[in-house]
Design a protein around this ligand. Structure first.
Ligand SMILES: Nc1ncnc2c1ncn2[C@@H]1O[C@H](COP(=O)(O)OP(=O)(O)O)[C@@H](O)[C@H]1O
Ligand SMILES: [Mg+2]
Length: 311
């Protein structure tokens, strides 16, 4: 009680007599705050970069990470690359090749379209892009800071596609960096994310390696069978118990949808449910966004099922 009274008095003493003055925030502050929301942890940067590589029709995506992604995240792909002429605005906010008019949203097939991810990274990290497009003799490399190029693109040797390096993530957000420095699970979050991507985008080869390590922690080889992809990532014991599920509705007055995936049968027992969910090709973090779905599955299976894989 004494403590509460003390706090009240202190709070009262701090109440200003005049309303505080409203002012415009500096653009750099606005951008950094916005960037911190788009890129919350290293795994969010990896997700954005891998989605860009997938949007660029890559068949091979290789990720290298140092210090759980805080020192370095490097994503290399063999996609269509980025035009030389676009490099100047590549990392400005709201620049995208995926959307032109509002109506385009109706038919959009890509994962990105807001043109915010790369820009955000340049406000909280040092970003370097190397890229080559079809028919070019050499590629170009350019570094970005706060949305703009630090220098003119320099010619460089390059193989097909794009490589994006994100270094010193949150170098200018001390509190965020400190919190993340003590976290040991950033690498496993990245590995988990890539496993999930690899069982949805089954024809793409994914690899994940710690910087300086000779071998990869994750290496998936493109396949035409989803079950094979699940087997190679989650193991034989998970794959063995999976049942294929499929349903659809085509009634415009109620619902139009198609769903397919796999779910483990009651022979599989594990400590926790694993749910992998993609809706219209977009990855959804099941625990955050689909708790209702998760609970209905649990109730339906009378709590027997501990490992669930849905695609
Ligand atoms: N790996 C990549 N390969 C080819 N183009 C890329 C790649 N990464 C980014 N881009 C280009 O940069 C643009 C901006 O990317 P981003 O900031 O993630 O926004 P968005 O994906 O929402 O368009 C993309 O629209 C795309 O044209
Ligand atoms: Mg994107």
């Amino acid at each position: 009680m004494e403590f509460e009274t003390h706090c009240d008095t202190e709070a009262e003493a701090e109440v200003p007599k005049e309303p505080p003055k409203i002012h415009r925030l500096e653009e750099s502050v606005v951008n950094r705050i916005a960037a911190g929301e788009v890129i919350q942890r290293p795994v969010s940067a990896v997700k954005e970069l891998v989605e860009n590589s997938l949007d660029a029709h890559s068949s091979s995506i290789n990720v290298v990470v140092k210090d759980g992604g805080l020192k370095l995240i490097q994503v290399s792909d063999d996609g269509h690359g980025i035009r030389y002429d676009d490099l100047a605005i590549l990392c400005e906010r709201h620049t995208t090749s995926k959307l032109s008019t509002f109506e385009d949203l109706q038919s959009i097939k890509s994962m990105g379209f807001r043109g915010e991810a790369l820009a955000s990274m340049t406000y909280v990290a040092h970003v370097t892009v190397s890229t080559i497009t079809k028919g070019q003799l050499h590629g170009y490399r350019v570094s970005y800071r706060d949305g703009v190029m630090e220098h003119e693109p320099k010619p460089c040797a390059a193989v097909k596609g794009t490589q994006i390096m994100v270094e010193n993530l949150f170098y200018n957000m001390t509190a965020r960096r400190k919190t993340l420095q003590n976290s040991s699970n950033d690498f496993s979050n990245i590995e988990d994310l890539l496993k999930r991507f690899s069982i949805h985008h089954i024809s793409v080869n994914f690899s994940l390696r710690k910087h300086g390590a000779s071998g990869a922690d994750l290496h998936t080889v493109g396949t035409s069978s989803r079950l094979d992809a699940i087997r190679s990532v989650y193991g034989v014991s998970v794959a063995r118990t999976l049942i294929k599920i499929e349903t659809s509705d085509n009634n415009p007055s109620s619902s139009v949808f198609k769903m397919n995936g796999f779910i483990s049968d009651s022979n599989y027992v594990a400590k926790k449910i694993t749910m992998v969910l993609f809706i219209n090709g977009m990855y959804y973090c099941a625990y955050l966004k689909c708790s209702v779905l998760l609970w209905s599955i649990r109730i339906y299976h009378n709590e027997f099922i501990r490992c669930t894989v849905i695609l």
